[in-house]
Structures are given as C-alpha cells and as structure tokens.
Design a protein around this ligand. Sequence first.
Ligand SMILES: Nc1ncnc2c1ncn2[C@@H]1O[C@H](COP(=O)(O)OP(=O)(O)O)[C@@H](O)[C@H]1O
Ligand SMILES: [Mg+2]
Length: 388
Amino acid sequence: MKPALVLTQNPLLARQVERELGDKGYSPLRYADWREVTERGPYALVVVDQHAPLTPEAQERLMNAPLIVFLYEDQFTGARAWLEAGAQAIFLYPAELEAFRRHLDRLETPGSDRKAPAGSGPRGKVLAFYSAKGGSGKTVLASLVAQQLSVLYQKATLLVDLNAQFGGVEALYNLEPRRSYLDLQPVIEELNEYHLKSVIARHVDAPLDLLLGPADPDKATYIEEELLTRVFQLARRHYDFIVLDLPSALNVQSFSGLKSADHIYYVLTPDSLAIRAFKHVKPIFERYHLQQAAHVSLIINRVHRKSEITPKDIERLLPLPIAATVRAQYFTLQPYQNMGKPFYTSRQRPAPLKSLTQDLKPLVESLVKGAQSHGSSPAKLFARFMES
Ligand SMILES: Nc1ncnc2c1ncn2[C@@H]1O[C@H](COP(=O)(O)OP(=O)(O)O)[C@@H](O)[C@H]1O
Ligand SMILES: [Mg+2]
C-alpha cells in the first residue's frame, strides 16, 4: 500500500479524495493539520486543501512527496505560492474532482504525463500577430481570430498576451491582471498542463482561454525566452491554436513569439508610415533567422475608401500573400472595447460584427481546414519577404 496524506478540515472533500485514493491503491491517512501527523514519511502522495498552512516545517515534512492542492475558488491567488512550494497539480474543488481522478491515473502509469513523442498526437499551431507599428490592430485582430476559432469553430484556442509591460488583452476583456505566465517561472523545469491551467484566465462570457503577461514593466524584465518557449511547447499539446498578441517592440516576448510561430500575420495599415515600419522589420528578421520559423503573410487592417494606399498597391510594394483585408470598423469595435465585452459569445455571428467576421473568414477558414496558407513554401514566402 502506498501511504498518502490527506490534509483538510473539510469532511466532504476528505471523503471524496480518500475514495479516489483508495481506488488507486493508496492508503489515505487523514489529518486536519500538519501538526497532528504522526506517521513518518515518506508519503507516496500528499493531498491538501488551500487552508493547509504552508509552513517551512510542513514543507520539510513533505519530503519531496508529490503535492496536490485543492482550491475552493477560481481566483488562484494562492496558486503561485503553491506552485513555488512544489505543488504538482492544482484543482478546483468540487468542479475538478474528475480531473483529479485522471491525474491519479496518470501517476499510476509513469511517463504518460511526459511529452508526447515528436510526430504523434495533436500538435497545435502557434499564430503570431505582429507589426512593427503600434496601433495597427494586432490586439484586436488576434482577439477576433482567437474568438472566432474558439466560439464559431469550437477549436481549443489559447490567446496569449505578450505585451508584458502594459498588457492589452486583459483591458480588452475587462480582466484584472492576475495570474500570468511569469508565475510559471519557479516550475519551469517540470512544467506540466496543470501548471499551465493554474495560470489561465477565462472570460466569463466567452469560451476562450487567456494567458496573460505580468502587465508590469518591472516584472517584464524578468521574462526569459526559455520560459515562453516552454509554455508554447506545452500549449501545443493541449490546444489546436495558440494565438500570440505580440508587442511592436523587439524584446524577449516578441522575439520568442516570432521564433515559435508556425505562421506570422504581419498587420499592416494602408499608409506609408506602416510600409516604412515594415521595411525596418527586414533586418530584424534577418538577424534572428526567422526564415526557418514561419510562413509570413499580411493582414491589411483598417482599409477604407480614403486609404492612402490601396490593397492593390500593397500587393505591388510588398509581395507577400495577403491573408485578409479588414475594413475600418471604428464604431463597431469601440463599444466592445470600451465595455470589455467579448466579440463572440455563442455560435451566432453578431450582426454588428458582420463585416469584420466576413473579412477574416478566409483566414480563419484556412486555419480550420488546416490549409497551408496560399500554397507557398515557407522558404519561398520568406524569400519574397526579403526582396521587398
Ligand atoms: N479594423 C479596424 N477598424 C477600426 N478600428 C480599428 C481596427 N482595428 C483596430 N482598430 C483600433 O485601433 C486601435 C489600436 O488597435 P490595437 O489592436 O490595440 O493595435 P496594436 O495592438 O497593434 O497596438 C484600437 O483602438 C482599435 O479599436
Ligand atoms: Mg496591442
């Protein structure tokens, strides 16, 4: 029998957890508090609820046993502390008892929680929305595309806000910045899906997972490329699409995002400033050897009758495939942004968003169908990109 400690003062939780543990061949030992524990470790497993104190003494007594934590509210304020203390998994009680059971199953078959071998299993696509010019519409378009994929096409989609200094997505969704990918730094070496889940936010009205940044310029300086790369790698195993909203600035976030992307959507507004900014990207892409990383295509955004430059001009000036041409829809977008409302909440396409939905449809449908955008090879695409 494998001794498992259960530390909780909640009798209902204790009973349910004990039953699951018993089913899996553990012998559960229940206590209200660490101080009462008389059995000496090591334990095969320790399950606690959020009220179990995390004193140094308690940590010592854990003796490296896998720690599983149940939280009662989906606010995860304590999640970071638990992760730092070495929690292997965090579940919401009672909503996630089933996930707890599956986790126990996986513990029984060692190695099954490991990374799937290359080439096997589903592999999500990382899509980067980038532009060298701020205010081009990266955040809005990344959100629209992510929401369409998740709400209209039921694709498991994660929207990642990489504007670490000030954020953007959480403003768009009216979320208080809370958990962020930076909270995963302490567990980077053993990062797993439960860690990832514990920092993901969800809009109450939209079935879309959000991974936010720290939204704090001081903290942003601690972000390392390795952390982001690992997070993207892990996310690929659990999502169909990982949509990255990148900052215009070239920093660790945009660099990691561009490097990890399967496809880069360069957002271009039809004006000469935007075209000039685009030309600056060329040496940057050269420097970072992004040609191996991704297909690059353009989204022409905020097109209107009086645009300084037409999509036709762009086709001529910048010979890159155009994935979508999006009309200027200021008055449509504003109310959603001002109120932090998601664009899509059900499979119905809201009437006010008709033209935005239509304009992005070719892009989103090609993603859903898994079409290689525009049929060109990455090398070819990039070569054209470099010629511009
Ligand atoms: N197609 C569009 N029509 C009208 N306004 C738009 C459009 N796309 C973006 N905007 C507006 O432009 C502003 C900047 O967009 P944002 O997505 O924040 O840009 P970025 O992330 O590139 O800095 C926002 O106020 C947004 O509402
Ligand atoms: Mg932005």
